[in-house]
Design a protein. Structure first.
Length: 213
């Protein structure tokens, strides 16, 4: 987890440093973009639509951010900070206590109604990343590889062998993604919760000597 966590920390630190030295007007526009994409649940916007949505114009947006992609990227990262249960998700999974309970709670955090605006934004970004992998490479890494690496480190700390931890973490993250997508598509939350808990218990039973509930 140290390697991926370090990369994420560096990434957020760079954005924080940029914000600390940016102009008040740039920060104001960025905050408005965050509100816009969360309110409308849309990130695949043209520069003109983006500028109109925040009461600005193309020239000023390019002046402050350089490109549409840059402002959307910064806004989508900043948006996460408005959802504390997501920001601190891995801290709680790594906290003391029964692993099964921590993993159960992880789904409750991911599926919380208050997080729905960010989930909609997340999957839109993921779709855009599939169309333009290089432009959105950081998003792909953060949402797939980094999550799995961080979770694998937590599972390894519970006593799982490194390769088994990677396999288990990959399965759990894939389960989260699939169930989140189903949640946004209108599936019954209670059914998704039951399915998740059954899957997690089946996974833990696969490693009874180390991860028994």
């Amino acid at each position: 987890m140290a390697d991926s966590a370090t990369k994420q920390a560096q990434h957020h630190r760079e954005l924080a440093e940029r914000r600390a030295t940016s102009s008040p007007e740039r920060e104001r526009l960025l905050d408005l973009v965050v509100e816009l994409i969360l309110r409308d649940g849309a990130i695949d916007l043209s520069l003109s639509a983006l500028a109109r949505g925040v009461g600005s114009n193309n020239r000023m947006m390019l002046y402050y951010f350089g490109s549409k992609e840059q402002v959307l990227y910064e806004a989508s990262v900043l948006a996460l900070e408005r959802f504390p249960r997501l920001v601190t998700l891995f801290e709680r999974i790594a906290a003391p206590g029964p692993l099964l309970e921590r993993l159960d709670q992880a789904w409750e955090d991911l599926a919380a109604e208050e997080n729905r605006p960010y989930l909609e934004l997340f999957f839109q970004r993921f779709g855009m990343a599939m169309r333009d992998r290089e432009e959105w490479r950081t998003h792909i890494d953060r949402s797939t590889r980094f999550w799995a690496e961080d979770l694998a480190a937590i599972l390894a700390a519970e006593g799982l062998e490194a390769e088994d931890a990677r396999v288990a973490a990959t399965q759990i993250v894939a389960t989260w993604r699939g169930l989140q997508f189903a949640l946004l598509a209108g599936a019954d939350p209670a059914l998704l919760r039951a399915g998740y808990r059954a899957g997690i218990r089946g996974l833990l039973a696969y490693f009874p000597s180390v991860l028994a509930p």
